[in-house]
Design a protein around this ligand. Structure first.
Ligand SMILES: NC(=O)c1ccc[n+]([C@@H]2O[C@H](COP(=O)([O-])OP(=O)(O)OC[C@H]3O[C@@H](n4cnc5c(N)ncnc54)[C@H](OP(=O)(O)O)[C@@H]3O)[C@@H](O)[C@H]2O)c1
Length: 243
């Protein structure tokens, strides 16, 4: 039987590239996001492998977890990629700082970017343990440095996700589950600010955007046997932006 991965936020961007990459390596792919998929998605003709759920409402996550377990039907889960994330900006592309962010704003970002990854991993712990599987959390360059367009709540949530990666890696090692993070820089997806070119020019030594597939390859590596002694690590995929 093929190994199987669950990728959150696979309807576009990094998640889409990740799902496609795993599929191309012979994995079965489950996906989770708010909207239905277009029928031309290449890695499945069975739409029951897509779970429609809004991670902004983690209080209902048990329903989605039950649906995932139903689809798995007793199969171990070889990998979980906590990729879905939100980074709201002002209409002109500027960042949202502490003064502009109220409690509801903080709450919605933490629900999607931190609490849902924690609770989803918790809910699927038995299936991951049965597979001796891997978890990969998608963090961000904003963990390494203040970003001109990504806001403070987003940056804080990604730092928390980095902390969650460390905590889960330590807690789950005894269960044979590895937990790592991939930290993208400026990757060519719809999440980018309209002013991203300014950062490429001033802060990215390689002077170009990354592709979603360059991130997906790092995610795949961390879920493959090639990384069998790596846990609690964060791989930076950013063209040198952290330097
Ligand atoms: N692109 C970059 O330069 C960059 C840099 C650093 C970090 N990252 C991180 O990489 C990850 C992927 O980013 P991306 O650029 O590929 O983003 P994207 O193009 O905006 O895609 C986000 C994905 O998350 C899903 N999603 C958003 N809100 C959701 C919710 N409430 N519930 C369930 N699914 C939700 C979306 O699907 P639906 O709309 O169908 O829900 C979509 O599939 C994120 O965690 C992001 O923070 C990206």
């Amino acid at each position: 039987m093929n190994p199987i991965v669950l990728v959150t936020g696979a309807s576009r961007g990094i998640g889409y590239a990740t799902a496609e990459t795993f599929h191309s390596k012979g994995w079965d792919v489950l996906t989770l996001s708010r909207h239905p998929f277009d029928s031309d998605v290449i890695w499945t003709d069975d739409l029951t492998t897509h779970i429609q759920f809004d991670l902004e409402t983690p209080q209902y996550l048990d329903d989605a977890i039950a649906e995932i377990k139903h689809v798995l039907a007793g199969r171990p889960l070889n990998a979980l990629v906590n990729n879905a994330g939100i980074s709201p900006k002002l209409p002109n592309g500027d960042r949202i700082g502490v003064v502009a962010a109220d409690l509801d704003f903080w709450q919605s970002i933490f629900n999607v970017n931190v609490f849902s990854p924690a609770l989803l991993t918790r809910g699927l712990h038995s299936e991951l343990k049965a597979a001796q599987g891997s978890v990969v959390n998608i963090t961000s360059i904003v963990v390494q440095r203040v970003h001109p367009f990504a806001g403070s709540p987003y940056a804080t949530s990604k730092a928390a996700l980095g902390g969650l990666t460390r905590e889960m890696a330590a807690e789950f090692a005894r269960d044979g589950i590895r937990v790592n993070a991939v930290s993208p820089g400026e990757i060519d997806t719809p999440i980018l600010s309209i002013k991203t070119q300014e950062i490429i020019d001033s802060h990215v030594p390689m002077k170009r955007l990354g592709t979603p597939y360059e991130v997906a390859d790092a995610v795949y590596y961390l879920c493959s046997p090639d990384s069998s002694y790596i846990t609690g690590s964060e791989v930076l995929v950013n063209g040198g932006q952290h330097l």
